[in-house]
Design a protein around this ligand. Structure first.
Ligand code: FSO
Ligand code: SF4
Length: 517
């Protein structure tokens, strides 16, 4: 096996041998490579063939399946690969070969770097396209680009051509995030500021993890009036801000913190957990019988909820487990007992006048977007310290699971606004971009001249496509950590540093002094 697609890759060079740091075994990694090679074969076939909605769906599912911490089950990966081959035959009578991923892993390091940026960006974007697709929203330009990008990986393109495709991945991902934002807000309403308890009430409950709001909505419907409470976990937290999800009185609060703490937080939990997407970690014995998967997530021996979305096995398990006997105060990592969410673009832009006046009056000196993914690397305490040390006249915008490092801190308010504003899941980077673009219009300057700095943490491939979107939009001076991606070669890094001034994080004091100085 060879895999270097995520931040925790071994020695920051690549996972090899019997298993990856995430627990993905070598045979699973090899099956995932075969699946990706088959998708490139399908893209070749689509070039002169006639792809359909089914083809798009298979491509999106296939790419999503290979994201870090999504699928650990060889059977489902092999079945999906067989479906891709079948589809290839359906859309084009001529037989196109699969691509051998070894060619990519052994290519010249700069070509490999650019092709990896495209491939990993496509994987991240596929997750967003998938969530929009289940809500009935698709976009031809987005779907078409999956084929263009996959096709390019199998071709001998030069650096210049690949670099332009890297930026195009960012451009199309912006459209894809916009599509998902539209899908979510049309289905569930625009998020509103909401306080979310971290306490768990007594009695049966179900924990829902991942990003898929549609799965959550279906589960809320099926558990209505059954005496079972529902708690979000990790990236599902922002669901509490959506009016049509908030309306369910049994959507009670949030369980636990970020994904990488699940093995200890789920230890002996008296309730089942549903994983709708990543980040699923290797499942421990103490809660193995209570983990359920759905959609593209799967793991050997766990019960998988199929396309009929009949959650009866989880409901039965919740009643069997019974929940806690009394209310449990499971506080956040900084010991806070509530968190807030729901500060998406509509809400923030709704108080734009107030924000603009506060900037003009010198009451808000600077905005930081401290967001991205969390992970187990020790260096990630940087983000907690950064927020703790940020001056009182600064606002912290945040999104994705990296927020758990600080979202339960009480760092006060400015002009009636909390200093920490949670804009949502990772895909809600769209909200942050919308706010930044709106502010740049008001202040008649470029986004790069706003009193705004992006301090980002990355872990998996959704962060890659978001980073590419920011680069496509010409956003400079991004601080990135906890380490730089192993798949970016020194030459490609120097291009990114020259053109965009991407800066690795150092220490909170030094970075704050540099930014505010
Ligand atoms: Fe986190 Fe996992 Fe949302 Fe990722 S839960 S790490 S970037 O899946 O997608 O932020
Ligand atoms: Fe390693 Fe990350 Fe790949 Fe898992 S997904 S095998 S941890 S690089």
């Amino acid at each position: 096996m060879f895999c270097f697609q995520c931040q925790q890759t071994a020695h920051n060079t690549g996972c090899e041998g019997k298993a990856g740091v995430c627990g993905k075994k070598s045979d699973t990694a090899n099956y995932q490579d075969a699946l990706t090679g088959a998708l490139i074969g399908l893209a070749r076939s689509a070039k002169s063939g006639h792809k359909t909605y089914d083809t798009d769906e298979i491509v999106i599912k296939g790419l999503f399946t290979t994201i870090t911490n999504v699928n650990f089950f060889n059977d489902t990966i092999k079945k999906l690969t067989a479906k891709i081959h079948e589809e290839r035959g359906k859309i084009n009578a001529q037989k196109y070969e699969d691509y051998d991923m070894e060619c990519l892993w052994n290519d010249n390091e700069d070509i490999r770097s650019l092709k990896s940026l495209i491939l990993f960006g496509l994987r991240g974007m596929a997750a967003y396209a998938y969530h929009a697709m289940v809500l009935g929203k698709t976009d031809d330009e987005v779907n078409q680009f999956f084929y263009e990008g996959l096709y390019a990986i199998g071709e001998n393109y030069d650096l210049e051509k690949l670099l332009s495709l890297v930026l195009k991945t960012g451009e199309i991902n912006f459209k894809c995030m916009e599509l998902l934002d539209k899908a979510n807000t049309e289905a569930y309403g625009a998020p509103v500021p909401t306080t979310v308890p971290l306490t768990i009430e007594k009695g049966p409950f179900i924990v829902v993890s991942g990003h898929d709001l549609y799965d959550l909505k279906l589960l809320l419907e099926q558990t209505k009036d059954k005496g079972i409470n529902i708690y979000t976990h990790s990236e599902m937290l922002p669901a509490h801000g959506y009016p049509k999800l908030k309306a369910y009185s049994h959507l009670k609060g949030n369980f636990g913190t970020a994904w990488q703490s699940q093995q200890s937080e789920f230890h002996n939990i008296p309730a089942p957990i549903l994983f709708t997407t990543n980040c699923l970690m290797p499942v421990r014995e103490s809660y193995k019988d209570r983990v359920f998967t759905t959609s593209v997530v799967s793991y050997p021996e766990l019960v998988h909820i199929g396309e009929d979305k009949d959650f009866t096995p989880i409901i039965t398990k919740a009643i069997e487990c019974g929940g806690y006997e009394k209310e449990m105060n499971l506080t956040g990592i900084n010991k806070g007992s509530t968190v807030t969410t729901g500060f998406a673009h509509e809400t923030v832009l709704g108080v734009a006048d107030k924000i603009i006046q506060a900037v003009k009056d010198g009451k808000i000196r600077h905005f930081f977007l401290v967001g991205g993914c969390d992970g187990a690397a020790p260096g990630r305490s940087y983000y907690t310290d950064f927020v703790k040390q940020s001056p009182k006249d600064t606002i912290i915008l945040t999104l994705a699971c990296g927020k758990y490092r600080f979202n339960d801190l009480d760092i006060g308010e400015i002009c009636g606004l909390p200093r920490i504003l949670d804009m949502g899941q990772c895909n809600d980077a769209y909200s942050a971009i919308k706010v930044a673009l709106a502010l740049s219009k008001v202040f008649e300057c470029s986004v790069n001249d706003l009193p705004l700095t992006l301090v980002l943490s990355w872990y998996e491939q959704k962060a890659v496509c978001i980073l590419l979107t920011l680069l496509y939009l010409g956003i400079k001076n991004i601080y990135l950590g906890p380490t730089l991606p192993a798949f970016i070669s020194p030459k490609i890094l120097s291009i990114l540093v020259d053109q965009y001034n991407i800066t690795p994080i150092s220490t909170p004091d030094k970075d704050l002094a540099k930014i505010l100085g």
